[in-house]
Write a protein that binds this ligand. Structure first.
Ligand code: DX5
Ligand code: ZN
Length: 226
C-alpha cells in the first residue's frame, strides 16, 4: 500500500499541531516525526515532550524516525509518548534485536530499521523477519532540504527482492529529497512509503501537493521488481 508521510522537520514548529492537522486533513497517511540527538547526527531537533503534545493534538498516525545513538534506552519511551511507528538506525550503538524486542514489549504499531546511505542492503537482511518496515535514507540524515541520492535505488530494489524471496509484505520507506520527480524512481525501485518534508510543507496547497506525489508513486509502482 502506498503511503505518504510528510516530515514535520519542514513545518513551522510554533504551529505544529495546526500544520499536522492541515496535512492530515489534506490526505497524508502518516506524519513523520524526526528526532535528532546532536550525537548520531550533527543536528538537534525535537523529542519526547513535543511528541506527547502532538499526540494530544492529532489523530494522525505518528511515524517516529529516531536519529539517535541510544535507541535501546529511548525508543520504548517514544511509544509511551504516542508513537505508532518507531524506526531506529542500524548504525546506532544499540543491538538491533534488543531494540526490536523492547519495542514489541510496548506493543508498538510497527517497528522499522533504517540504513544510512553508506550502509549496504545486506546489513538489514538478518533482521527482516522481525521487522514491519525498512527505511532507506536517500540523503545523509540530519537536515531537511537536501538533494536526493539516486544511487540508493539499487539498495531499495535489493531489499524489496530479498523481502519477496522471504515472502514478507514489508513496508519500504524512503526519506530525503523526495519530490514529485524523485518519488517515481524510488517507487519503481521498490519503495511504498514516502517521506517528504520540503516538497510538502513548503507548498501553498497541501492537498494538491499530496495528490501529485501519490499519483506519481502509483504510476511508477506497477513497475516494481518481483
Ligand atoms: C533528514 C530527515 C528527513 C527530512 C526530509 O535527516 O530524516 O525526514 O525531514 O526532508 P526533505 O524531504 O526536505 O529532504
Ligand atoms: Zn526522517
Amino acid at each position: 500500500m502506498i503511503q505518504i508521510s510528510p516530515s514535520i522537520l519542514s513545518c513551522d514548529f510554533a504551529r505544529m499541531g495546526e500544520e499536522v492537522n492541515a496535512m492530515y486533513k489534506a490526505g497524508a497517511d502518516l506524519i513523520h516525526f524526526d528526532v535528532m540527538d546532536g550525537h548520531f547526527v550533527p543536528n538537534i531537533s525535537i523529542g519526547l515532550p513535543v511528541l506527547a503534545s502532538l499526540r494530544k493534538a492529532t489523530k494522525a498516525p505518528l511515524d517516529v524516525h529516531l536519529m539517535i545513538s541510544d535507541p535501546l534506552t529511548y525508543a520504548p519511551q517514544f511509544v509511551d509518548h504516542g508513537a505508532d511507528i518507531v524506526v531506529f538506525h542500524i548504525e546506532s550503538d544499540s543491538d538491533p534485536r534488543k531494540v526490536i524486542q523492547a519495542l514489541r514489549d510496548k506493543n508498538v504499531g510497527k517497528v522499522g530499521l533504517s540504513l544510512k546511505p553508506g550502509t549496504p542492503a545486506q546489513a538489514v537482511f538478518p533482521y527482516l523477519e522481525e521487522l514491519d518496515m525498512v527505511l532507506v535514507m536517500t540523503v545523509e540524515p540530519g537536515f531537511g532540504g537536501q538533494t536526493f541520492m539516486a544511487d540508493m535505488c539499487p539498495k531499495i530494489t535489493a531489499i524489496r527482492q530479498e523481502c519477496n524471496r522471504l515472502g514478507l509484505d514489508m513496508d519500504i520507506e524512503v526519506d530525503g529529497g523526495i519530490n514529485a520527480e524523485t518519488i517515481k524512481q524510488t517507487a519503481q525501485a521498490g519503495a511504498n512509503v514516502f517521506v517528504a518534508g520540503s516538497a510538502l510543507f513548503g507548498k501553498p496547497d497541501y492537498a494538491a501537493a499530496l495528490r501529485t506525489l501519490r499519483e506519481n508513486a502509483q504510476s511508477a509502482f506497477s513497475h516494481q521488481p518481483k
